[in-house]
Write a protein that binds this ligand. Structure first.
Ligand code: FES
Length: 180
C-alpha cells in the first residue's frame, strides 16, 4: 500500500516557504488504494529517502533537498502517530529560521518537535505551533509517500539532494541520524 502525506499550502503567495497544514494521510492512502476499480495505485515516482524504520522514535532523520529556486534546504523525517507513521518538514523553525536538527537529531517530546532556540513546540504530524514565540505558525511541509516500508520524496517543489545535512559530507553513517 502506498501512503501519501497530503498537505495543503495555506499561502499561495509564498509557495515554497508558506505555512501549511496536513490533511489525513490515511484517507488519502485509502482513497488512492480503491481508486480505479480496485487496482493498486502506482508506485511512488519520487526519490527514496530512507526506510521508515530509520526514522528515530524520538528524533529526526535529516536529508537535503533543492527547491524550485535552486536553493538548497534541509528537511527532516519525524515520527508521527498517524499513518503512515512518518512526516516530513523543512528543518527550520518559522520563528527565526532556527534549525531543529543540527546534526544529532531534532529534540522531540510527546509527538512534538522542540525548537532548540526558544522552546516552541510543533506538532510532528500537523506542523502547527500553539505555544511560545512561534505561536500560530506552521512548519513548512515536504510531501512524501511511503511504500513497502520506504519513504519517498514526491514533492514537486523539491528535488532530493542527499542524505544528511547540507554541511554533512559523511554520508549515511553520519551522526545526523542518531536519536536521543
Ligand atoms: S526560533 Fe524557534 S521558537 Fe524562536
Amino acid at each position: 500500500m502506498v501512503y501519501h502525506t497530503v498537505k495543503e499550502r495555506k499561502s499561495e503567495t509564498t509557495p515554497v516557504v508558506g505555512t501549511a497544514t496536513r490533511a489525513s494521510s490515511t484517507n488519502a492512502g485509502v482513497a488512492a488504494l480503491f481508486a480505479g476499480d480496485g487496482e493498486l495505485p502506482p508506485m511512488p515516482e519520487g526519490t527514496r529517502i530512507a526506510a521508515v524504520d530509520a526514522v528515530p522514535a524520538r528524533g529526526s532523520y535529516l536529508f537535503s533537498v533543492e527547491d524550485a529556486f535552486t536553493n538548497e534546504r534541509e528537511a527532516i523525517l519525524v515520527p508521527c502517530e498517524d499513518e503512515p507513521g512518518v512526516e516530513a518538514w523543512l528543518n527550520n523553525c518559522p520563528h527565526e529560521d532556527q534549525r531543529f536538527d543540527r546534526g544529532d537529531g531534532a529534540a522531540m517530546r510527546d509527538g512534538e518537535i522542540i525548537c532548540p532556540k526558544h522552546g516552541s513546540l510543533f506538532d510532528a504530524c500537523e506542523g502547527d505551533c500553539g505555544n511560545g514565540p512561534a505561536t500560530g505558525s506552521s512548519l513548512r511541509p515536504v510531501e512524501i509517500a511511503v511504500e513497502d516500508g520506504d519513504v519517498f520524496l514526491v514533492d514537486d517543489g523539491y528535488t532530493y539532494l542527499k542524505d544528511g545535512g547540507l554541511d554533512d559530507d559523511e554520508g549515511p553513517s553520519s551522526t545526523s541520524h542518531l536519536s536521543f
